[in-house]
Design a protein around this ligand. Sequence first.
Ligand code: ADP
Length: 496
Amino acid sequence: LSVDKDSDLMHVIHVTAEMAPIAKVGGLGDVVTGLARACLSRGHTVDIMLPFYECLPKQQMTEFNLICTYDSYHDGKWVQTNAYRAVASGIPVILIEPANQFFKGQRIYGGSYDELEAYLFFCRACLEYMQKPRIVLTIHNMEHYGECRKEQFGKSGLDGDVYATTDKAVDDRTIGHNPERLSLLKGGIVYSNAVVTVSPSYLKETLGSGWLSSILIKYRDKYNGVLNGIDTSLWNPATDPFLPAKFDAQSLAGKIICKEYVQRGLGLPIKSVGSGTHVKGKVPLVVCITRLVAQKGLHLIRHAIKHVEELGGQMVVLGRASNGQVEKEFESLATLHNQGSSIRILLIYSEELSHMLYAAADMVLVPSIYEPCGLAQMIGMRYGAESKDDRIFGGGLSVLFYYGVLGMVPIVRRTGGLADTVFDMDDKSKHEVSNGFVFEGIDEKSLSSAMDRAFTFYSDKPDEWQKLVMKIMQIDNSWNNAAGKYISIYNSVRSH
Ligand code: ADP
C-alpha cells in the first residue's frame, strides 16, 4: 500500500479476541487486521494483542519470541502469564498466555472454560502489560452487551458493587436484561477516552433506540461512527492465493474461470438447463457467506434459497451455525437441496472457499435484520472485478462484451452499514451512487422483489449490468479513508 506517512506518529495497540486470518470467526477479525495494516503503512507502531488460543495456526506466524513473563490477577490468585511476540500476516502480534485452562481447546469461542472470566482476565493482563494506556473502545456489535454478575466482575480484582450504579455499569433500560447485573460494554463506554462504532448509520440506530442508547446519548461528544474498510491485501483478486485464476481490470477472464471452477467443484451446471432466467445460457450465481445467527436474517436466507430455485438461478450458502437448532434446520435444507442442480448449502467455516465464492459470484446477498457494518457486500464488490483503474475502459471492457454478463452486484437489506455502502438502482435520488439492490422490510416479499429486480436486470439489460459493474469497480472500500479517521480519534485522546 503506498500512502503518505503521518507526521505525528503513535504506538497503537489493538486488544482483541479475533484477528484475520489466524483467529477469525467473523468481521471483527477482518477489521482488526485491516485497520492495523493501514496504520502501520502510515508509519505508526502497531501491535495486536490477542489471547494465545491453543488452536492458533503456529505455522502461519513468524519471528516467534517469548518477550516476558509476569503475574496477572484472577479470582484471588496471581496467574503466571507469558507474553510472546510474533508476526502474522505482516503485522506484529503479542500473544497473552496464562498458565491456566483459559483459551485451551480447538476453537476460538466455545471452549470448556468460562469465557467471560477468561476475557476479563485477558483485558486485565493486557492493561498490566501496557501500563499507562489511553483507551478507544470500538463497538462492533451492540448485541454483545457483556452481561456480567458483580461477583464475576470481582474476579478481575475490581469491586463489582462499586460499578453497580446506572451512571457506571448498570443499564437503566433493562429490557431483556437483569438490572442486578453489570454490562461490561456500558462500563467500557463510560470509562473509555473515546468510543467508535463501525458505521454512521449504526451510530444513529444505536443512539435512537436499544439498551445502551441513553449512555451513548450522554457521551455523544466522544462517540463516533467510522465505516469499516476491507483489507485490500488479504482481499485482492489479482493476487489471491486461493483463486484458481487471478483477475483484475486487464484480465477479467479470470472471473469466468473462478465461476466455472466453483460450479464444477460443487456439481452445478455451468449453463442454464431449464427455462428460468438466463442470458445466452448463463445462469446467475447468488452467494451468501455468513455466520448463521438470527441477526443475519435466517428466514430470509431460507426464503432466498427457495426463490433462487424458482427463478432458475444458482445459489451457494457458506455458513456455520453456533446454535444446534439452527444447524439442524440448515442441515435438513442441505439434504433437501444439495443433490439438485441449483442450490448448495455448505455448513462449514472455510476461508479458502469464501474467497473462491466471492470471486465466482454474480450477486452477493446480505439480508441482515440488523448489521453494524457488514463486510460481505464490500468484499463482494471488490471481487466483482477488481480495480479502480481507468484502463478498464480499454482491454477489460472488450472482455466484458465477449463474455456477456460479468461482475458482481450486491443485494442487501437497508440497515446499519449496509445502508451506508449499497444504494438502490431504482432510487432516483441516489442515482449518482446507486450500486445494487436494496430492500427495506424483513418479510419474504420484500426480499423477493429485490431479487426479482436483480434477476430481471441481469437477464434483460446485460449492457446496463456491465455499466453498473464498472461503477462498482470505482468504489474504494479500502481502509485508506477510515484509518485516517481512527488516527484523528487516537490523536484526540492522547495525553501530551
Ligand atoms: P459478522 O462480523 O457479523 O460476522 P461481517 O459481514 O462484518 O459479519 O463479516 C463476516 C466475515 O466473516 C466476512 O469476511 C465473511 O466472508 C466471513 N465469514 C462468515 N461466515 C464464514 C464461513 N462460514 N466461512 C468463511 N468465512 C466466513
